[in-house]
Design a protein around this ligand. Structure first.
Ligand SMILES: Nc1nc2c(ncn2[C@@H]2O[C@H](COP(=O)(O)OP(=O)(O)OP(=O)(O)O)[C@@H](O)[C@H]2O)c(=O)[nH]1
Ligand SMILES: [Mg+2]
Length: 300
């Protein structure tokens, strides 16, 4: 096993470029929730890929953006920047057809001594010659901005070039034994993943502005070999958001619950009884203490 390689790989980039979808595809298990909304990911989340020749510990991070500046957003930036500063091997992910100044400002903030691969995701959307030319020009421009170890177009959705990316990536890792058990796909407990799956349904079933001010806390989590009971509260930042989460005669909350329960049951492997409440905690996302008390803080 002397050629075995293992190490951490930070995954950074703008919101919505497909970082979590990519990590899930590489790991082969949905460790991180995904949605079309910006800043779906709010924590650094470990996703572990174990192969005979290597173990890759992906660290998914919140998308970096400048739009919101409340306490929650500052915490998300800290989480992403700390990974950029601490993890020596990084994937910088962008949407191949939508690279903008915010993406480039992240490239400029990459530590000069890191080993970084530029991942140009959503390559399944490259369909016309015009797109191909634009992608090629982008590659040239990126190579001038930062000494990337490789620039790889991929599709996290279809799996296009993921093996190519992995081969490039594994070559950058130090030689050494596996760092985690082969069966372990994440460092997060089931209780955390259950809360995340509920939040995923909120993100997917609610309008554009709401998710940013919504979060989920687990009030009770009882597991037995053949039954799991979960009580959770959806926290919103404004009274006017509560009826939006509930929907007409509670229909939307019911759907959130039904979809989340199905996914959580798959994850924990038992039937799940899920009870959901909605609570208003005014302006929580701009109060450091509340942001922390709802589980958003740096793991030490
Ligand atoms: N067409 C296409 N869509 C993709 C691909 N990868 C991800 N997506 C979509 O892009 C959206 C965002 O994906 P996420 O994985 O949540 O993005 P993210 O970068 O983790 O976003 P944040 O957590 O908000 O920073 C979702 O709707 C995905 O389905 C891809 O390769 N091709
Ligand atoms: Mg994400």
């Amino acid at each position: 096993m002397s050629n075995h390689r293992a190490g951490l790989v930070g995954v950074v980039g703008r919101p919505n470029v497909g970082k979590s979808t990519l990590v899930n595809a590489l790991v082969g298990f949905p460790v991180a929730i995904t949605s079309r909304k910006a800043q779906t990911t709010r924590h650094r989340i470990l996703g572990v890929l174990t192969r005979p020749e290597a173990q890759v510990l992906f660290v998914d991070t919140p998308g970096l953006q400048n739009e919101h500046t409340v306490a929650l957003n500052r915490q998300l930036r800290r989480a992403a920047f700390s990974v950029m500063a601490e993890v020596p091997v990084l994937l910088w992910v962008a949407d191949v057809l939508k690279v903008n100044d915010e993406d480039l400002s992240i490239v400029k903030a990459l530590p000069p001594e890191a080993s970084v691969i530029a991942v140009l995701n959503k390559a399944d959307r490259i369909q016309r010659d015009l797109h191909r030319k634009a992608a090629f020009a982008l590659g040239l421009k990126l190579a001038e901005l930062y000494p990337f170890k490789a620039i790889v177009p991929v599709s996290a959705q279809t799996g296009f070039q993921l093996e190519v990316l992995l081969a490039e990536l594994i070559a950058l890792l130090p030689q050494g034994p596996a760092l985690m058990d082969a069966e372990q796909v994440t460092d997060r407990p089931l209780r955390f993943m259950a809360a995340e799956l509920i939040r995923e349904k909120l993100f997917r079933l609610l309008g554009d502005e709401l998710p940013y001010e919504a979060t989920v806390v687990i009030d009770q989590y009882d597991e037995s070999p053949n039954h799991t009971v979960i009580h959770a509260t959806v926290i919103v930042g404004r009274a006017s958001h509560k009826p939006m989460v509930l929907g007409e005669s509670g229909q939307r909350l019911k759907r959130i619950g039904t979809e989340a329960r199905r996914d959580i049951a798959k994850l924990v492997g038992t039937p799940v009884e899920l009870r959901l409440w909605v609570k208003v905690v005014a302006n929580w996302a701009d109060q450091d203490k509340l942001v922390q008390s709802f589980g958003y803080s740096e793991p030490s």
